[in-house]
Write a protein that binds this ligand. Structure first.
Ligand SMILES: C[S@@+](CC[C@H](N)C(=O)[O-])C[C@H]1O[C@@H](n2cnc3c(N)ncnc32)[C@H](O)[C@@H]1O
Length: 382
């Protein structure tokens, strides 16, 4: 697992001038990285935070994404245009991995009898094609009744339908919708070994398999700095960070609100390859809203691993504030795609005695204003 070397002068071209997806196309890749880095530095400084030099992690200047979320509107499939409510029809996108680009081209040959809807296309780690058709119930009924389009699609891809991620199954009396099915749609790493993550096409995953190797590598390297650590994790999702942490830690307590994600995590753990099975017993899973109530006393842990939603950690940190400084876990790993809420949490962590020891900016959304931040904080010795 190595960071790709990207020529800073590279510029990515896009034929869709009206698409709202990418705002930094006018900048070279090097200029984009410099801008993102200085934005992060400015944000952290504004919050009065001291930070180490920011490491840049990049998996490439384009073609990273293995899932896309497009809207369908009046026969057009793409993203909203700048300042309009109209969809820009997109057939080629430099955000997509070559495999996903090919899948998009193939998928665009299907004409859906639906005025409006959302579509996710996804590529699995072994080249599996997935699609989530998130249409209104009336449109779902229409395509189930029509049947031929769906039957054709199911010959080439795994299909999920609607908000409840149901799987259409063809029977003698027509289509029936069955419960969601867990399959391998993403991959993380335990040390240098890839680990399959079971989830749904519709599940939350990081956007890119390639960029995710850099995330897993960082989590693993940081947890490894604290031998035999007992770790508590907020927002484990399907276990993308849980698994690399588990390989290095003596135990991990994964806290997550979403039951479907946890079903995926449980299956992934049960399917670990034989040489990694020993780690399964080190994992405990808790389901609940951990912004409201944390089941465990933080003083039982050596480290906290958090990858919260855009809203940040909010109430999750309250029990930490109540502890004596020397009872607080020694380290805190925080990963976020929303630096603004992260900076608010980092300011609270500073009050708890944590200092930023390492910080990395992972550019997993090139050409866009977004980026991921990973940071390792350590409690000052008292
Ligand atoms: C950014 S995702 C991280 C998922 C995972 N770390 C990954 O890399 O795929 C944030 C996760 O936090 C979970 N979450 C959001 N609010 C929560 C809460 N109040 N309590 C527990 N988990 C929560 C979401 O369901 C989601 O799985």
């Amino acid at each position: 697992m190595k960071t790709a070397t990207v020529a800073p002068s590279i510029r990515i071209s896009c034929p869709y001038k009206d698409c709202s997806g990418c705002n930094y196309l006018h900048l070279s890749y090097g200029e984009q990285i410099s801008l993102k880095k200085s934005q992060l530095e400015e944000l952290l400084s504004r919050k009065g935070l001291e930070f180490p030099s920011i490491e840049i992690l990049s998996a490439g200047a384009a073609h990273l994404r293995d899932r896309l979320d497009f809207s369908l509107q009046g026969g057009r499939l793409g993203l909203y245009g700048k300042d309009t409510h109209d969809i820009v029809d997109i057939s080629v996108c430099a955000q997509l991995s070559p495999e996903l680009q090919a899948w998009l081209e193939e998928f665009r040959c299907y004409q859906w009898p639906v005025e409006k809807g959302s579509i996710r296309l996804r590529m699995g780690p072994s080249g599996e094609k997935g699609v989530w058709l998130d249409f209104a119930n009336i449109d779902i009924k229409k395509i189930l009744d029509e049947a031929t389009l769906l039957r054709r699609l199911q010959k080439v891809a795994f299909v999920e339908i609607g908000q409840r991620r149901k799987v259409p199954v063809w029977t003698e009396s027509g289509y029936k919708l069955q419960d969601p099915e867990l399959n391998v749609w993403f991959q993380t790493w335990m040390n240098d070994q890839p680990v399959n993550l079971y989830c749904h096409v519709a599940s939350f995953t990081q956007p890119s398999l390639k960029a995710n190797t850099l995330i897993a590598e960082k989590i693993s390297a940081w947890v490894n700095q604290y031998p035999d650590a007992r770790v508590i994790e907020f927002g484990s999702g399907i276990g993308n960070l849980t698994m690399p942490a588990l390989a290095a830690a003596s135990s991990v307590v994964a806290c997550e609100i979403d039951a479907l994600s946890l079903e995926g995590l449980e299956k992934s753990v049960s399917m670990l390859p034989a040489n990694l099975k020993e780690h399964a017993d080190k994992l405990t899973i808790h389901r609940g809203d951990f912004q409201k109530k944390i089941l465990k006393d933080f003083s039982e842990f050596d480290g906290i691993l958090a990858n919260p939603p855009r809203s940040g950690l909010m109430g999750f940190l309250d029990p930490l504030l109540e502890l004596q400084e020397n009872q607080r876990p020694q380290f805190f790993i925080y990963m976020s795609c929303f630096p603004e809420s992260m900076a608010v949490d980092l300011a609270k962590l500073k009050l708890c005695g944590y200092v930023m020891k390492e910080c990395a900016l992972l550019d997993q959304f090139p050409q866009s204003t977004h980026y991921e931040v990973l940071t390792l904080l350590e409690r000052k010795k008292t």
